[in-house]
Design a protein around this ligand. Structure first.
Ligand code: ZN
Length: 189
């Protein structure tokens, strides 16, 4: 029964997961009473091993999920906090990047699986399991800041790996000016 549902419209199947240890993220909601339910997940390194293209390999995150089950819909509120380890954009040494945020998902019963908006998803009535793992993965990646650089210490000195920075400096030659710029300059003169 469980396998059949997975092959059908299994809510949350938008990611290419290697599907190793994600069972705990599968919420069998059909058996739950109307009302509020909650879960807590510790998302660590192994979680990301399930996502083939994950840039995250080290993490320590706490994910609290509260679900409000109603007759024809379920509202999931996610609260995510902790850190992921990623390379610094300047020195490439790993650094801990704080992750903090909340997200909401609303699942409505309908005919076919469809994503109405980022927040509202229609799931077929015969479905009875929602896999939260792909959504949690997506939320964490969305919460990563665009730029991650080691902060300065109390004396205002960069905490970047100075050895690596030196090496990087040596290996990057001065940028060549695109010759087209010169042509453009001529035209302007
Ligand atoms: Zn750095």
């Amino acid at each position: 029964m469980f396998i059949n549902l997975k092959n059908n419209n299994f809510a949350g199947f938008k990611f290419n997961t290697l599907d190793k240890n994600l069972r705990e993220y599968e919420i069998e909601y059909s058996g739950l009473k109307i009302g509020t339910h909650s879960w807590n997940f510790k998302v660590e390194d192994e979680f990301f091993d399930n996502f083939e293209y994950s840039e995250i390999h080290h993490a320590h995150l706490n994910v609290d999920v509260i679900m409000d089950k109603q007759e024809r819909l379920m509202i999931f509120d996610f609260n995510i906090s902790g850190f992921v380890s990623l390379p610094c954009d300047r020195c490439l040494d790993n650094m801990n990047v704080d992750i903090n945020g909340s997200k909401r998902l609303i699942f409505k019963l309908g005919k076919y699986y469809s994503e109405e908006t980022d927040e509202i998803i229609i799931i077929p009535e015969q479905n009875n399991i929602i896999d939260l793992s792909g959504f949690i993965y997506e939320f964490i990646t969305i919460m990563i800041p665009i730029r991650n650089v080691h902060p300065n210490d109390l004396n205002g000195n960069s905490k970047c790996n100075s050895e690596i920075l030196e090496k990087l400096k040596k290996h990057t030659s001065k940028p060549q000016l695109d010759p087209r710029w010169n042509k453009l300059k001529d035209l302007l003169n």
